[in-house]
Design a protein around this ligand. Structure first.
Ligand code: 6R9
Length: 639
């Protein structure tokens, strides 16, 4: 709804919650008084600094947060909690497949991280060497990340669902000579051979790769050109490695995401700004307290898992849940059973999952005692009102605030959300920007549009968690961080409307990136894989609305003139996308077409394909060079 819901339909935060919240109305009032950027000091104050920072932001006002400061992220996430006599508190609860569980106290995590850090050093990893981590959701994943952080080696985690080709591109791009992976893992009951994929990736990169293998399947791994994770940790047990003091602006990690180009975009995050941002948002948005148990259901291979499974909750000293399984195995009440058994207080997931839970029915959450929950979060795509209400009612028992959090890989942490102990919640809207963040909705020229009108969401001032690439370059990943007048402005690539109350309603991407089940995919990247198939002349990929996935991938493919668009070609296309990117990017629908709708200058008009895929009215198509193709495509889809 463009102008938002009537205020009497908004939901107020529960009074019990407000009374105990980390951020109260009084704190929120003080932020604007402190002025920007000083209000971000509260974020930096949540960390322990080896050398205090000189200023909140450098003189330039855009490039470096907390200049002069030095710190170590792993020591902030582990050591200081042990030093504060919280070593026996639980840091990680791992819920593995096959009914396994494992917990690590902060003291145990300290021992593991130190031992693996020592092992990495022995393998030759030095400060600033990039270590690639290609692991499913096993405890060795956060342990390896923290071990890297401890010795000042930026990690580059590659989602385990990506293909060997995708892994190779990311290792080459990051010039990484170290890889931590595993023998395999179970996905829907089948064992996937991750080591084989990793071996293939290593063969296709130029540099030689030192490999560490986690034994996940509990089978013998044939000896080879690698080191076993468990042996390394056992050999270095008890070794302590002093955390390397990092400059605030030194890299903590690299992460690849889908951008507007055919190549994955490399995003680099810094130690101080990023960590302050995720610690602060865990505290302010997720209201996380050290005694809380937080479960962020995203895979750690994505930014959401980096920020709110690993760095955010551990920097606060809370307990984080790492879940390896799927939501419907052994039964569709699995997540609720895990929440019940572990007394989870904060649960964070994506609308696509909530829509699946809705479809399965409320009897599954109803089977369990979910009263430990005190806050629910949503991320990844817009959450519609019905889904929001269902989540609040059936998971939150009507008692928990629900925060809809908007952010991106590039922003590092949440930038738009309500503050749960302060703001009213408007189902279907993300709320305003957080204190210290400024957002605007602008037209194609970068000028603000009136409330109620759609435009592109831009952030008009820097924030601590912003990717380093955003401050160094004015034109990056196809998006500008400067307006024509020289003002700082980050184009997010998302469409939005601001309502009369200042709440923002997100409307999906304005560029060639789309979200499928919370995975961020680039249409250009998928198209390049498809046109690489012999016999394919052209391809265009668009998003089609899907009631559960949010978006489904629809590919329109035009074969060369003597090639048939048949099942064999479809099969080859699917295999090509799976091997270039991964199974998550395989089109849900492939429509073979004699040609694609084009402008007179020869550009494929995706807008029309999107409308056709979604069964929408196309309006005037007379500007096309080949308007007749539209009717042909429509009738092809009706068949
Ligand atoms: C954290 C994450 C970023 C894109 C972003 C937007 C979409 C994320 C959203 C949302 C509406 C929300 N998005 N949160 N859209 N409401 N609460 O998902 O990062 O994988 O980089 O994706 O996700 O389109 O631009 P990333």
């Amino acid at each position: 709804m463009a102008n938002g819901r009537r205020k009497d339909e908004w939901e107020e935060p529960p009074t019990g919650f407000v009374a105990e919240a980390n951020i109260t109305e009084r704190d929120a009032d003080a932020f604007p008084e402190a002025g920007w950027p000083a209000c971000w000091e509260a974020a930096a104050d949540l960390l322990e600094w080896d050398r205090p920072y000189d200023d909140v932001l450098d003189d330039d006002g855009t490039t470096c947060w907390f200049p002069g400061g030095r710190l170590n992220a792993a020591s902030n996430c582990v050591d200081r909690h042990v030093a504060a006599d919280r070593g026996d508190e639980t840091a990680i609860i791992w819920e593995g497949k096959l009914e396994e569980t494992r917990t690590y106290t902060y003291r145990e995590l300290y021992a593991e991280v130190n031992a693996f850090a020592a092992a990495l050093r022995d393998l030759g990893v030095g400060e600033d060497d990039v270590v690639t981590i290609y692991l499913p959701m096993v405890p060795e994943l956060p342990i390896a990340m923290l071990a890297c952080a401890r010795i000042g080696a930026p990690h580059s985690v590659v989602f385990a669902g990506f293909s060997a080709d995708a892994l190779a591109t990311r290792m080459s791009g990051a010039d990484s000579e170290y890889l931590v992976t595993c023998d395999g893992y179970y996905r829907r009951g089948t064992a996937l051979d991750l080591k084989h994929m990793a071996d293939n990736a290593c063969l296709s990169v130029e540099q030689s790769i030192e490999r560490v293998i986690v034994n996940r399947l509990h089978d013998d791994i044939p000896a080879g050109d690698h080191h076993a994770f468990d042996d390394l940790v056992a050999d270095h047990a008890g070794t302590e490695i002093a955390p390397v003091e990092r400059d605030v602006d030194d890299l903590l990690f690299l992460i690849y995401t889908s951008g507007t180009t055919g190549e994955p975009t490399l995003v680099r995050h810094t130690t101080g700004g990023y960590l302050a941002h995720v610690a602060w948002t865990s505290h302010a948005v997720f209201d996380l307290m050290p005694d809380d148990v937080l479960w962020c259901s995203a895979d750690v291979g994505w930014i959401t898992g980096h920020s709110y499974t690993v760095y955010g909750p551990l920097s606060i000293g809370a307990t984080t849940v790492l879940y390896e399984g799927t939501p419907d195995h052994p039964e569709k009440d699995r997540l609720w059973e895990v929440i019940d058994r572990n007394d989870v207080n904060v649960f964070y997931t994506a609308p696509t999952s909530i829509r699946a839970f809705m479809k399965w029915g409320s009897e599954y959450p109803d089977r369990h005692d979910l009263s430990s929950l005190r806050l629910l979060g949503s991320v990844g795509e817009p959450i519609d009102e019905t889904t929001w209400q269902w989540y609040r009612e059936h998971v939150g028992g009507g008692e928990c605030p629900v925060v809809d959090t908007w952010w991106q890989t590039e922003t590092g942490g949440v930038v738009l959300s309500t503050l749960p102990g302060v703001d009213s919640m408007q189902p279907g809207a993300v709320g305003r920007s957080l204190p210290g963040v400024e957002a605007a909705v602008v037209d194609g020229l970068g000028k603000p549009v009136d409330s109620g009108l759609p435009g592109e969401l831009v952030l008009t001032r820097p924030w601590p968690g912003m990717a380093k690439s955003l401050c160094e370059q004015t034109d990056w990943g196809g998006r500008r961080t400067r307006t024509a007048d020289g003002d700082w402005q980050y184009e997010t690539g998302d469409k939005a409307v601001r309502d009369g109350d200042g709440y923002l309603h997100l409307r999906g991407r304005a560029d060639d990136v789309f979200n499928v089940s919370g995975h961020r995919l680039s249409s250009t990247e998928i198209e390049s894989a498809i046109v690489g198939v012999e016999g394919v002349a052209e391809a265009a990929v668009v998003g089609r609305s899907d009631t559960v996935k949010g978006m489904a991938v629809h590919a329109f493919v035009s074969p060369e003139s003597n090639v048939a668009g048949d099942d064999a070609l479809r099969d080859q296309i699917e295999r090509a996308v799976e091997s270039a990117i991964g199974a998550i990017a395989v089109p849900h629908t492939v429509t073979f077409a004699p040609s694609l709708p084009k402008t007179r200058s020869g550009k494929v008009v995706r807008r029309y394909l999107e409308a056709i895929a979604n069964g929408e009215d196309l309006g005037d198509t007379s500007a096309l060079r080949n308007p007749e193709i539209v009717g042909e495509l429509e009738s092809l889809l009706e068949q």
